[in-house]
Each structure stands twice: as structure tokens, then as C-alpha cells.
Design a protein around this ligand. Sequence first.
Ligand code: SAM
Length: 214
Amino acid sequence: MSMRPELLRGAEALGCALDEAQADRLLGYLDLMARWNKVYNLTALRDPAQMLTHHLLDSLAVVAPLRRHRAQAPGADTLLDVGSGGGLPGVVLAATDAALKVTCVDAVQKKATFVRQVAAELRLPNLQALHARVETITTQRWPVVTARAFASLPDIVALTRPLLAEGGVWMAMKGQHPADEIAALPADIEVFAIEPLTVPGLGAERCIVWMRPR
Ligand SMILES: C[S@@+](CC[C@H](N)C(=O)[O-])C[C@H]1O[C@@H](n2cnc3c(N)ncnc32)[C@H](O)[C@@H]1O
């Protein structure tokens, strides 16, 4: 059964209606993920319908908030997705915004290789993948650093702080409001917004924790 209608409906509910080309890319990504998963074990989910809600729609939920942030932060046109795994949310962000240059980094070679393959097959020149432990990167800084299912907020900050550009922000994707993690952040880190998200069909709490150095 085609998943296009559910994808289109879900994206619209999330405030990021997709054009045909964007929907094609995201469905192509889902297809590549399902095929590579048989060999490379990129995600524990096997059911494509679950991959749609738990991965694609969950990642699409941050597209509109990121657009709002970028509208207020001119120059925030590059993003680092830390511990990107099979490319979540980095691939989804690159596939929905050609003006955003996305770098996905993961410590596992096969995951970076998969994201490179996605960039080639889906023709996404704004997507690149690095195979590295994020704490070893010294070559570049980014105005937005994002992470999904990567680490606690204090660990995200500790591992990626040198990679944040002047005036940059962290956009951390979390489940329930992570009060304990927020309480454990260093005093010079400000949580300037916590945005609750409602992901169609997911039935679980989600939020974005926006952070920046004070
Ligand atoms: C649970 S997975 C989440 C993957 C993806 N963000 C998602 O939401 O499906 C966490 C990923 O972080 C990667 N990782 C863990 N420590 C890392 C580090 N220090 N630098 C880069 N990647 C790391 C792991 O290899 C793994 O792919």
C-alpha cells in the first residue's frame, strides 16, 4: 500500500506541506532505509508503516520549528546532525530544504556510508556525511547543532560545544520534557525554549529543547 497519502497528510498537520518532489525523496529514503536495514541493521524498526510515523514524521516535526528559527537567525543555513545514525533527522531536513546544508556525523562507518548513498541516490547536494566521533571534529563550526536519540542534554553540550558557531544554538529532539537533564546542564547554558511536538500517529510525547551558551 502506498504511504504517500499518510506522509502528505502528516506533513501538512506538522505545518510543512510537501511538494511532489519532496514527497518522492522522502519515500525514496524510506525505501532505501528498508532495503539497507536488511543487511546493515540501521534501525530496530522493520515495519515501513512504523518507519513512516516513528522516523519520517517524527523528524518532519522539527522542520517548521527550524524554519521559524532560521527566519530569525539570518546565516543559520548550515546544520550539524550529531549521532545521525541512518540520517535522522538530517536527511529529512536536507530533503525538505534545499537552502540548508546538512552534515550528518556518526561514529559508525556503515551509517555514514548509508547517508552518503542516500545523498547520491536522492540527488541531495546539500547533504554530506562524516564518519567520525563528533568530539574529534575540529575543522568547522555550525550555527545549528541538532541531535535525536543521541545523548543526554549535558552530554550533547559537552561533546559539541566547540562546534557551535558564534550565536549558534542546539536543537535537541527529546521525548518527555527532560527536567532532570535540564537541571544537570552547566550554569552557562540557557534553555531558551521548550517546544512540545505532536507527531501524527505516534501517540508519544515529543519536544524540542532549544539551548545556547549564555
Ligand atoms: C540511538 S542512535 C540515533 C540515530 C538517529 N539520530 C536516530 O534518531 O535514529 C545514536 C547514534 O549516535 C552515534 N554515536 C554515539 N556516540 C557518538 C559520537 N561520540 N560521535 C558520533 N556519533 C556517535 C551512534 O553510532 C548511533 O548511530
